[in-house]
Design a protein around this ligand. Sequence first.
Ligand SMILES: [Zn+2]
Length: 166
Amino acid sequence: MQIIVAPDSRLNQISKKVEIIDDSIISFLDQMLECMYQNNGIGLAAPQVGILKRLVVIDCSDNKDIKKPLKLINPEITELSKNISEFEEGCLSLPSQYAKVIRPSKITLKYTNTEGLICENKFSGLEATCIQHEIDHLDGKLFVDHISKLKKNIIIKKLKKFKKKI
Ligand SMILES: [Zn+2]
């Protein structure tokens, strides 16, 4: 699996809902998790590896030895808190780039799990931020779309330079 680095038009597409959860989806989610762990990420969305499907994996465990993977199929935020929090965000598609992003601090999330069951859970803290960041990917958005145009342009310029080297 190859992670697409921004700027790339494939990262600006809207991903399609998954209609049938079969073995290929389950094993794809496992491959995404593997890829995320290998790259020391805490979240990965399918469009980042070139697949325009509404699939996300996250693991915000702060202990490297205790894994807390979450596999989300068709994740959808049903409630956002009025309270906000700020985290310094990074992204595997924007290597070595970070910026402070303000988002609602708590969310209610509806998603389908790998057994095909519809779940609804509340998330807060880093997990809430990470999930919002990943769902943005499914809608063709990146964390730099939440910061000033000036800061965004600086980051995009750096990434263009970085891409020329690789
Ligand atoms: Zn990202």
